[in-house]
Ligand binder design. Structure first.
Ligand SMILES: C[S@@+](CC[C@H](N)C(=O)[O-])C[C@H]1O[C@@H](n2cnc3c(N)ncnc32)[C@H](O)[C@@H]1O
Length: 303
């Protein structure tokens, strides 16, 4: 996993902003990961992970609610808003599952409309948005309640846990001690250097709390998924496949987050050493680690 070298290039052919060889969106500096094709491929891989964990395109606990909310009625066509749609793969697959629904994806970086297999007339509209940067700053309750939606589903990553599901801390030198790992070091550094001042937690930790505190939403609940990294999760359902996907995802996430870390002052040689340490730690895998992911939901009060 080489760390990309500094590049003097200022813009990419796709109209993205170049940062150490990766294409960033040119609308907001708040979101720190690239918007280039390599990142879209990573997001599509991560999407496969979500589908395996959730048992579909949304948490299995919500199956009947989603189908109820999206059932067409005589008065209205059901609509799905995908905020921060990335590659758009979730929106595309929702369009296949709910062919009668209108679907809109919003993102900072424009994606080309995607043709849905076998439905050449059904094109997604991807709008660019100037949604408040706070939307990405783990502090988005106002933004949530302003979105014109009935059922809200939020999903994001939480943190790293050992095989007994105890939270891990950051390694600081050499071979990580018990209860520590180098990817935790990377995640915490990423947050410290790139998070907004109001961001105290990883988003996954606080999703359900935002929804509960919002006041506009009822029937809130959430679910947690422990995804093994490069091991099989001790016989858990789809564990082997999830372990492989997650390891590739992490390797690509490290490459994706390196440019912003370098731009925020992390020394090149430190980034390279940490990257090597993470590979050494997880390649075997020598240690068994889970990344915890969370989803939370709520329904807008109707009174
Ligand atoms: C981690 S990616 C997730 C993409 C997609 N939902 C998925 O699961 O594959 C987050 C996406 O949110 C977008 N984003 C971040 N801040 C945004 C904002 N303020 N308005 C719209 N999109 C935003 C980013 O450009 C990025 O594509």
């Amino acid at each position: 996993m080489p760390v990309v070298a500094p590049s003097p290039v200022a813009s990419t052919p796709s109209g993205l902003k170049d940062l150490f060889g990766r294409g960033m969106n040119n609308r907001s500096d708040v979101y720190k990961l690239p918007a280039d094709q390599v990142e879209m491929n990573r997001l599509e891989l991560q999407h496969r992970m979500w589908v395996l964990m959730e048992g579909g395109l949304y948490p299995r606990e919500l199956s009947s609610t989603v189908r109820h909310v999206l059932a067409p009625t005589a008065e209205r066509r059901a609509a799905i808003l995908d905020v921060g749609s990335g590659s758009g793969i979730w929106a595309v697959e929702m369009a296949v599952e709910f062919p009668d629904a209108e679907i809109i994806g919003l993102d900072l970086a424009e994606r080309h409309s995607r043709r849905i297999a076998g439905k050449s007339s059904l094109m997604l509209r991807f709008l660019e948005t100037h949604a408040s940067p706070r939307f990405e700053a783990a502090d988005c309750t106002d933004d949530i309640s302003n979105l014109p939606c009935g059922l809200f589903i939020l999903a994001d990553g939480h943190f790293l846990f050992d095989e007994h599901k105890s939270k891990l801390g950051p390694a600081t030198a050499g071979i990580a001690s018990r209860g520590e790992c180098w990817f935790a070091t990377w995640m915490l550094e990423t947050k410290a250097r790139m998070g907004s001042k109001s961001q105290h937690n990883f988003p996954g930790e606080t999703l359900l709390r935002w929804i509960e505190e919002d006041g506009c939403l009822e029937k809130q609940d959430g679910v947690e998924y422990f995804c093994p990294i490069n091991w099989d999760g001790d016989g858990m359902e789809n564990g082997k496949e999830l372990g492989k996907i997650m390891w590739k995802n992490i390797q690509e996430y490290i490459a994706a987050s390196t440019p912003a870390l370098l731009a925020h002052g992390l020394a090149h040689d430190v980034a390279e050493t940490w990257t090597r340490n993470i590979e050494r730690e997880l390649e075997g895998p020598k240690i068994r680690i889970y990344l915890k992911w969370c989803a939370a939901w709520g329904i807008r009060r109707t009174e």
